[in-house]
Design a protein around this ligand. Structure first.
Ligand code: FA5
Length: 380
């Protein structure tokens, strides 16, 4: 059988022919068969870098790679010949050959990048000197921000945060709060009922109208002392206006232990207001009625005209804006969860964080919060 390789070699010798690889801008000799030395590797590297500088397109770069770093490339040839060197030369020459290989690989990657950028620039596709487009970052919704701020104030006073279900049972939303079926106080909370009727023909589930059902759930789950706050969403079937939404947040508070008095409730709420509104904002307590507290109050924050600007924080013709209901936990509620009302007392409150945000930041209408208008949201 004909040995074509030997034949080719013989023919080449006959014509005194030295095979070469033709690059676009340079002619490179085939790998040297002499033993490599530190000096010859340095020379080879310099020569390779010079040729790479002269390469002017991706095809040329590929040819250069094959010539120096390919399977039969010159640097590869040097690396292959290292095992045949004297042991004392092997280490030095080997290290240098590896360094040369790495340097050439990096130089090739850089050159390919330069060529690609030059090609894009020539086509007018990219102006690499232009600044990048700004990345629009998200932010927390103003309700989330104010809820976190309020919770922070209570956490600093030793309260823990718990959460509960938004779809609630009549049992917790009303009955455990001393509001049995048919009680007129149910009219204070216009409810959205879930369209589900149980075997007894009752419709027992609703979207919770306040966070107060969590009072009973928390007390059922643990013994006193209790000191929790409960942020969460509430829903009411009611017409909206500047201070009423049909879905909004509340933050419930509950503290039960031996010896808790109304003074503790007032002290806690004053401290909350000082932390959130600063020391100069006026606060008003008035008597109010909630079936699950006795006595009951509501707390308002001043909305007086600021003499410096001539404006009110909330643009409404009212000097006070109610932000929460509160009071001492009713003995029947304590009894209902198995606490002894002769031994334990407690206070509870439920506040509206959107209204607090309105008073703090001067937002004139609660409906801005959930309209998803980014011009409003971006301000916070
Ligand atoms: C209650 O919901 C009682 N559960 C509060 C309570 C808790 C009293 C514990 C006593 C003890 P009220 O319906 O007033 O009460 O709501 C409390 C607060 O929630 C209001 O002061 C207001 O800040 C906010 N709020 C009530 N309804 C709306 C609404 N439709 N839109 C926005 N905020 C509201």
């Amino acid at each position: 059988m004909t040995n074509f390789r030997a034949l080719t070699r013989r023919r080449a010798a006959a014509y005194n022919f030295v095979p070469t690889i033709v690059l676009q801008n340079a002619i490179v000799s085939q790998p040297s068969v002499e033993s490599p030395s530190a000096a010859s590797i340095a020379t080879l590297t310099n020569q390779a870098l010079k040729e790479l500088d002269a390469v002017s397109d991706p095809d040329g770069a590929e040819q250069w790679r094959v010539s120096y770093l390919g399977r039969r490339g010159q640097i590869t040839g040097v690396l292959r010949s290292i095992p045949q060197l004297d042991p004392d030369q092997r280490r030095e020459v080997g290290a240098q050959a590896n360094q040369a290989k790495n340097a050439l690989e990096e130089a090739l990657a850089r050159r390919i990048r330069e060529l690609a950028e030059a090609e894009l620039a020539a086509a007018g596709a990219l102006d690499v000197t232009l600044p990048g487009r700004p990345v629009i970052t998200g932010r927390l919704h103003p309700t989330t921000q104010i809820v976190r701020e309020i919770c922070g104030a209570f956490i600093a006073m030793g309260f823990s945060v718990v959460e509960g279900p938004e779809v609630e049972l009549d049992h917790y939303n009303f009955e455990m709060l001393n509001i049995p079926a048919g009680h007129p106080a149910r009219d204070m909370w216009n409810s959205l009922w879930v369209d589900y009727v149980n075997e007894e023909g009752q419709q027992p589930m609703l979207l919770r109208t306040h966070t107060s059902p969590m009072q009973a759930r928390v007390m059922e789950a643990q013994d006193p002392p209790v000191r929790v706050i409960v942020p969460g969403k509430c829903y009411r079937y009611e017409a909206t206006d500047a201070t009423h939404e049909w879905h909004f947040y509340q933050i419930e508070g509950l503290a039960v232990a031996e010896g808790i008095t109304f003074a503790n409730l007032k002290g806690t709420l004053y401290e909350f207001a000082r932390r959130v509104f600063g020391p100069d904002r006026q606060i008003r307590f008035r008597c109010d009625y909630f079936p699950f507290v006795e006595p009951g109050v509501d707390m308002s924050i001043s909305n007086f005209v600021d003499p410096a600007t001539g404006k009110r924080p909330i643009n409404r013709d009212e000097d006070w804006i109610e932000i929460m209901g509160a009071g001492m936990v009713h003995p029947r509620v304590l009894e209902g969860v198995g606490y002894d009302p002769q031994r334990y007392t407690g206070f509870a409150f439920g506040m509206g964080p959107e209204r607090i945000g309105m008073l703090k930041y001067g937002i004139d209408d609660i409906r801005h919060f959930y309209r998803n208008d980014v011009r409003f949201l971006r301000q916070f």
